[in-house]
Design a protein around this ligand. Structure first.
Ligand SMILES: Nc1ncnc2c1ncn2[C@@H]1O[C@H](COP(=O)(O)OP(=O)(O)OP(=O)(O)O)[C@@H](O)[C@H]1O
Ligand SMILES: [Mg+2]
Length: 437
């Protein structure tokens, strides 16, 4: 939508529904003339938003983005919607629908020409003459559109080295760059926040300053996916590495898989039930043993604070906490901090990473920090290069050096190892598929 509508689009994310419809409506900017209600909303949520929008912005055009389903016609009738747009609609179809609705709103006096111009137009004086008549704008039921590659948002201008504001009373001090950093756990209370992405790239970056003295442990015992994301085919896994036999140095080394960028991987269990056989204490012992041989041990974890993750936290010096900008994730992170402090398991150094940062989320960085109750140390923007790198089995910081997310992740590496500044000779930048040979 951002690509298609540019500055004309204003977004309120669904997370605010947690606090009720009014919280969503209060975040609507200006005087919108068309509202698109997203596909994840249920009937009740859609109804409440439709009513609230029509009351606050009389004459607003209402489009529901929803798949063609048997109850769709009821929605259109009962909610007096102007149109329905398929979530899979092409950009052209989307624009065509919006243009048609705009033209109709103008012709019926519900909007003015200037409301739909690209410049920022003050539209506060708009007063509708009558309620819209949904019957006269034929509801467009658009189904069976061809699936499109989802477009990523344009990454916003980003400076990874910008400092957090200095004079706020934070619950936690920022990571001390000068402190010894040997074992680093990457944790998050919720899944899918970017732990694995950060763990892989941290190990890759650290390997530039400590070649072959870095080990990346996939302690996401049930669904670990580091080997796949790095294109490795491990012969042994964490099940072997955490077994009693691996107390022997030579045996331990046979359980590691080498990555060509100069680090080792302890692969995740081959199946979730085998993962379950790993005793949490054995995982703790494994981290300790690895610390005897490697300068840096990076531990990727399962979401939440299960026993394995708690034990891992007991054996590390640093923790990197990852969250996205969703209110539920931010709140969960605050709870996680409180819990870890209470039980005395907060590692000495901690770094808070806001991943998939997005200026369109409706939250500012300051809002996010207030919810977490701690400063955000690094913001990693949302970038399609992350998925591309993972699908290609290459660490992002070596796949696309100039990508804003890669630069931000590089700054995490530099917080852990300040000398990990990218040096040309160390970066074997691989050609992206759209670049000439
Ligand atoms: N900055 C980003 N921009 C765009 N996509 C991202 C970004 N960070 C992570 N992703 C994508 O989000 C998804 C989840 O990331 P990742 O696997 O690193 O998270 P995770 O916390 O390890 O998840 P899980 O809890 O399932 O282990 C992946 O598809 C990844 O490519
Ligand atoms: Mg993961």
């Amino acid at each position: 939508m951002r690509t298609v509508l540019g500055a004309r689009l204003s977004v309120v994310t669904g997370e605010f529904l947690t606090f009720g419809t009014d919280e969503v409506l209060n975040r609507v900017d200006g005087n919108p003339r068309i509202a698109l209600l997203g596909p994840v909303l249920n009937y009740e949520e859609t109804r409440a938003l439709v009513e609230g929008l029509s009351e606050r912005y009389p004459g607003v055009g209402l489009i529901v983005v929803r798949e063609q389903r048997s109850d769709l016609e009821d929605w259109v009738d009962e909610l007096a919607l102007h149109a329905v747009l398929s979530p899979a609609a092409t950009d052209e179809t989307t624009m065509e629908l919006i243009d048609r609705l705009s033209a109709w709103l103008i012709s019926t006096g519900h909007a003015q020409e200037s409301d739909f111009e690209i410049q920022d137009v003050p539209v506060t004086e708009f007063a509708p003459t009558s309620e819209p008549d949904p019957e006269s704008f034929e509801a467009l039921l658009l189904g069976d559109q061809e699936e499109e590659e989802p477009e990523s948002f344009e990454p916003f201008e980003y400076d990874p080295l910008t400092e957090a504001e200095p004079d706020r009373a934070w619950a936690f001090p920022p990571l001390d760059a000068g402190s010894p950093t040997e074992a680093i756990a990457v944790v998050a209370p919720k899944g899918g926040q970017g732990k694995t992405t950060i763990a892989i790239n941290l190990a890759t970056g650290l390997a530039e300053v400590a070649q072959n003295s870095v080990v990346l442990v996939d302690a996401d015992l049930q669904f670990g996916d580091i080997s796949a994301a790095l294109g490795l085919t491990p012969e042994r896994t964490i099940v072997d590495a955490a077994s009693a036999d691996a107390g022997d140095e030579l045996v331990l080394k046979t359980t590691l898989t080498h990555h060509p960028d100069g680090f080792f991987v302890v692969a995740s269990a081959p199946s979730p039930d085998l993962g379950d056989t790993v005793d949490p204490r054995a995982l703790g012992a494994l981290v300790e043993r690895l610390r005897a041989y490697f300068r840096y041990v990076v531990v990727d974890t399962t979401p939440g604070l299960g026993e394995h993750t708690l034990v891992a936290l007991e054996h590390v010096t640093d923790a990197i906490f990852v969250t996205n900008m969703g209110v539920p994730s931010l709140r969960a992170l605050r709870t996680e901090f409180e819990l870890l402090s209470t039980i005395g398991l907060m590692p000495a150094n901690r770094l808070v990473v806001l991943n998939q940062a997005d200026r369109q989320s409706g939250l500012s960085i300051r809002d996010a920090e207030n919810i977490i109750g701690a400063p955000i140390d690094v913001e990693v923007p949302r970038s399609s290069a992350v998925l591309l790198a993972s699908n290609r089995g290459v660490p992002l910081i070596h796949d696309d050096v100039r990508d804003p997310a890669a630069k931000a992740i590089r700054s995490i590496v530099m917080r852990v190892a300040p000398d990990a500044f990218p040096k040309r000779s160390r970066i074997h930048r691989r050609r992206r598929s759209n670049e000439p040979e």
